[in-house]
Design a protein around this ligand. Structure first.
Ligand code: ASP
Length: 317
């Protein structure tokens, strides 16, 4: 069984520099050669390095598209895919890959490390071994292998900035892929998507500005779906709706999700056509908005796409 490992950058393949950890070519390649030589993993494994290697803080939807395109183009040649990625935006890329590869019939395993392969005590080696081995047995879909856990790619979040088990994910009955009649590629483009959190007495001018400049907006609401119901907030959300800017609401709570309509204080969201993101993660909400804007020009079709579960990312309405 042939595996394609796509190396995008991130801590796993970094070295210490005067400015802090930075990517260097050859590190992941050397580690894979060593694991093969020691029989920790089995080949064949082909490695594709995406140039330049980046700290995932620099990633954009164009990078999501490059990874997805590489998987799509190599699908006739390989049975499974491993993506090595920086942890900071790994959850966004995993979410995007779920949406980018409709009809995916093979496993895509995303991994990384909290400490570089070049540093004593690295978790990168174990993560790489686990990812390459699980790629041989996992079912179709996008999953994250990290810190001994195999997690749903559409639900995963970075929850710890230091610990080796830095990720967690809610579970889902749906596999982490978009069902489709045949395998394809949803080509995402970068749109002006804003992500704004509400806070008590927060600056309302930000919401008005976002409604004017953004193509799509993710609104991180309180609890089960409330927001400050002020004239400024109403005006901003109405302006977004009038400009046909989709607004997708998710909860600031890591668990439980939205229940729009529970509180009168959430009425402002319902009155202004905000889409209920239910229990979707903010990372998925951001990625899903980029895809909604890329896949159709129609405002109602975009809102439908956002409101509909696509790949196990949210509870069904
Ligand atoms: N800043 C790094 C990155 O996301 C963090 C990591 O990989 O752990 O690329």
């Amino acid at each position: 069984m042939s595996i394609l490992l796509i190396h995008t950058g991130g801590t796993i393949g970094m070295v210490q520099t005067a400015q802090g950890f930075a990517p260097r070519t050859g590190i992941v390649e050397e580690a894979v050669a060593d694991l093969l030589a020691k029989g920790e993993v089995t080949g064949p494994i082909e490695i594709l390095r995406l140039d330049p290697l980046i700290d995932s803080a620099q990633a954009t939807p164009e990078d999501w598209r490059r990874v997805a395109q590489s998987i799509h183009d190599a699908s006739g040649k390989h049975e499974a895919f491993v993506v090595t990625h920086g942890t900071d935006t790994l959850a966004y890329t995993a979410a995007a890959l779920c949406l980018a590869l409709p009809g995916l019939e093979k496993p895509v395993i995303v991994t990384g490390a909290m400490l570089p392969l070049t540093v004593a005590g690295t978790d990168g080696r174990d993560n790489l071994i686990a990812a390459l081995n699980v790629a041989r047995t996992a079912g179709p879909g996008v999953r994250v292998q990290f810190g001994g856990q195999l997690l749903h790619g559409a639900r995963v979040r970075k929850s710890h900035s230091q610990a080796f088990d830095a990720f967690e994910a809610a579970t889902s009955d749906q596999p982490p892929l978009m069902p489709a009649e045949s395998f394809g590629l949803n080509a995402v483009q970068r749109h002006k998507v804003g992500i704004l959190s509400v806070a008590p007495g927060c600056c309302m001018a930000l919401f008005a500005a976002a409604a004017e400049v953004c193509d799509g907006l993710v609104l991180r609401c309180f609890g089960s779906g409330t927001a400050p119901d002020t004239p400024e907030m109403r005006a901003a959300l109405q302006a977004a709706c009038a400009r046909e800017v989709p607004v997708l609401a998710v909860s600031q709570c890591p668990e439980g999700g939205m229940r729009l309509g529970t509180y009168a204080a959430g009425q402002v969201l319902q009155d202004t056509g905000v889409v209920d993101g239910r229990d979707m993660s903010p990372e998925m909400a951001f990625a899903k908005m980029q895809f909604a804007l890329s896949l159709t020009p129609d405002f109602e079709a975009r809102r439908d796409f956002l409101a509909t579960p696509q790949c196990g990312e949210m509870l069904a309405p």
